[in-house]
Design a protein around this ligand. Structure first.
Ligand code: HEM
Length: 287
């Protein structure tokens, strides 16, 4: 179920945290990692309810989403470093050997695609589909979030307008990277695959994606959002953070259950994709 049933202008869904402030709750969506022993995690907590809320943690991201996020981040940084070395002659000189840098660039691209496919085959596809639908629910109100502080002050669902926009944009840019990169590779071997603007598209995607990734990292480490970082590490965030930044998100609407074990068919498919990906990476690296 999408986490925004009330729509972007609907009322805050604060009831979940107010009603579940009891530390003894057995709700699987709420995890108290402190076992009730630690003090409040938020300095602003004053009432017992606020303190209980500060200790509680809610599941925000599944293992599948965290693995996908981590592989995307590592692959992007490696491709950016090697891409810059291909793009800027003085960086290439630092590495000393352009063909080696190019081989690493292509091998990482092949392994990135392999990792994405493996996540889709072995991971929790129900959760991935749900998150994709939430990102794609980008509305006019969400876009207003980008330009108006009044819109930013309105209660947000699981993802705010900036997060949705960033996810959709990076998804589109990733597709453009693979598309333009594939044509650059094929165009070197067969002139039928050479199209004007392919390299410019790859470079444009690099500049654009890098600006947004820098913004993404800056916001993630800003004092306001730093509580959200654990969401991408152990999957949980403080309930107080969720209540403050995403009051219209009810974690009960987005239950995170253990990833189902893949059946024999998916296991075989994953093995085939893994072998093909590794062989492909070697072949691309070898020229
Ligand atoms: C995702 C799949 C990708 C593929 C298949 C791919 C493929 C390629 C290929 C074939 C080249 C040409 C190498 C050469 O002959 O010099 C290249 C260059 C380059 N790539 Fe990628 N790449 C991908 C992703 C990325 C990413 C994520 C970035 C940066 C964030 C990036 C940045 C660059 C840059 C800056 C160049 C140099 C272009 C130029 O010389 O103007 N690439 N890439």
């Amino acid at each position: 179920m999408a986490s925004d049933p009330a729509g972007p202008t609907g009322p805050p869904r604060a009831a979940w945290h107010a009603g579940q402030a009891d530390p003894a709750t057995t709700d699987p969506g709420i995890v108290d990692h402190s076992g009730g022993e630690l003090g409040p995690l938020t300095s602003s907590a004053r009432t017992p309810e606020e303190r209980a809320l500060g200790r509680k943690r809610v599941m925000r991201f599944s293992a599948t989403e965290r693995v996908l996020h981590a592989t995307n981040g590592v692959a992007f940084l490696l491709l950016l470093l090697t891409g810059l070395a291909l793009f800027l002659p003085f960086v290439a000189q630092l590495f000393g050997n352009r063909p080696v840098v190019k081989a690493v660039h292509l091998a990482v691209a092949a392994l990135w695609l392999t990792a994405i496919l493996l996540t889709a085959i072995l991971g929790d596809r129900r959760v991935l589909r749900r998150t994709r639908v939430q990102f794609e629910s980008l509305s006019a109100e969400d876009l207003r979030w980008l330009r108006s502080s009044a819109a930013r002050a309105r209660p947000q669902g699981k993802f705010n307008g900036g997060q949705k926009f960033h996810a959709v944009l990076q998804g589109a840019l990733t597709f453009l990277f693979f598309l333009s990169g594939t044509f650059m590779y094929l165009g070197e071997r067969n002139t039928d695959f050479r199209f004007p603007g392919t390299i410019a598209l790859h470079d444009f995607a690099m500049v654009f994606a890098t600006i947004f990734v820098i913004g993404h990292i800056y916001i993630a480490f800003s004092p306001k959002a730093v509580d959200s970082l654990s969401g991408m590490v152990d999957g949980t965030v403080p309930a107080s953070y969720a209540a403050e930044h995403h009051p219209r998100w009810n974690p009960d609407d987005d239950p995170i259950t253990p990833t189902p074990k893949p059946g024999p068919l998916r296991t075989v498919l994953a093995a085939v994709v893994l072998v093909a990906g590794i062989v492909g990476a070697f072949l691309l690296a070898g020229g």
